[in-house]
Ligand binder design. Structure first.
Ligand code: SF4
Ligand code: SF4
Length: 347
């Protein structure tokens, strides 16, 4: 049972424990993205680095076993700066929006895309629950102006959709949600024509719906048809993305090392799972999980250098690579690269 010191606190842990395990026993959180308790570490993300007395370089805490007498610095400013730098490197070619342009433009930062999905599902009361303040005063003008769909043809008529919610949300006079706190977000920036086409896959190509009776606004069918025009610009894992959480905690700057970004790609080959390679940090968790699960065409790294990417073996498609391990890979993926296409109306 080795004894060691982490951040000036002594602890005795089992043989074979890693520094992350030992720190957890002292309730010292060390960020990790490429390792999980049941998946061996591969030290690709390097956000878990710590300083160990006597070692010249920082070491990855997820893969470094404790030893008798170790003295570890897991929380100094120098360690935090190194983690922030590593996060900024991961963000340097991250392609995606944490939150959609319409949500960014909304004065209350309401989750407009989720509101729209509830409308599409025929549930205006659930949509109202995501809005803030008096429904009678809700104004979708600014989100409509920011809507990405305008690049394709016409913006989603968010103002009319929110009026529809106010008129059809039942007895709700005041929406319940508190204004959303400002959170760390990355933004994809300007899309090429090809990228825009990829966003449109599976989205209603119809022109903006004009209410048959402008004085009463959308009917439920008209509102649903307009809602189907939304391109789902927001990330499906915005609220459980470890890259976003740690970037926020360590105050990482997404543009610090940014050069040319990768292309936005969207793989919809799997019926339940969406794969967006531009959000992949090559942590390798899905690669190891598909191997553990015995997938016949397990995911693997293909390409070299900056072009390396995760893809199914033997040029198979993602539905063949994730026949058994889809849900587990989605759960393990630390970013929105692998996500469920649809869980409920808000997803
Ligand atoms: S297409 Fe949908 S998610 Fe994208 S900006 Fe417009 S309303 Fe928001
Ligand atoms: S898809 Fe997700 S789990 Fe797989 S390597 Fe990329 S970031 Fe890691």
């Amino acid at each position: 049972m080795p004894k060691l010191i982490i951040d000036n606190r002594e602890i005795e842990v089992r043989n074979g424990a890693t520094i992350v395990d030992a720190a957890a026993e002292l309730a010292i959180e060390i960020p990790t993205m490429c390792s999980l308790p049941d998946v061996p570490a591969c030290t690709s993300c390097m956000v878990c680095v710590v300083a160990v007395d006597g070692r010249e370089n920082l070491v990855p805490a997820c893969a470094t076993l404790v030893a008798e007498g170790m003295r570890i610095d897991a929380s100094s400013d120098a360690v935090k700066v190194a983690r922030r730098t590593n996060l900024e490197l991961l963000l340097s070619d991250h392609v995606g929006d944490c939150i959609a342009p319409c949500q960014m433009a909304d004065p209350n930062k309401a989750n407009i895309p989720a509101v729209i999905r509830h409308i599409a599902a025929g549930d205006p009361a659930a949509a109202a629950g995501l809005l803030t303040g008096s429904l009678a005063d809700i104004d979708g003008t600014k989100p409509r102006r920011a809507c990405r769909r305008a690049r394709q043809d016409e913006p989603v008529a968010i103002d009319l959709l929110l009026k529809y919610v106010a008129a059809h949300a039942g007895d709700l006079e005041t929406a319940s949600q508190a204004p959303a706190a400002h959170r760390f977000s990355v933004h994809i920036g300007k899309l090429s024509e090809t990228e825009l086409e990829r966003f449109m896959v599976g989205i209603s190509p119809d022109p903006q719906v004009i209410p048959a009776d402008p004085s009463t606004g959308y009917t439920p069918a008209e509102a649903a048809a307009e809602a189907e025009r939304c391109m789902h610009c927001d990330c499906r894992k915005a609220d459980n993305c470890r890259l976003r959480d740690y970037s926020e905690a360590y105050q990482a700057k997404p543009a610090h090392f940014r050069t040319e970004r990768r292309e936005f790609m969207q793989n919809l080959e799997h019926p339940d799972v969406i794969y967006e390679p531009g959000k992949c940090i090559c942590c390798g968790l899905c690669v190891r999980i598909t191997a553990q699960e015995g997938e016949e065409y397990a995911l693997s790294f293909v390409g070299r250098g900056f072009g390396v990417q995760v893809a199914p073996a033997l040029d198979r498609d993602v539905s063949q690579a994730l026949q058994k391990a889809g849900a587990r890979c989605v759960e393990a993926c630390p970013t929105g690269a692998l996500a469920m296409r649809k869980n409920d109306a808000a997803d």
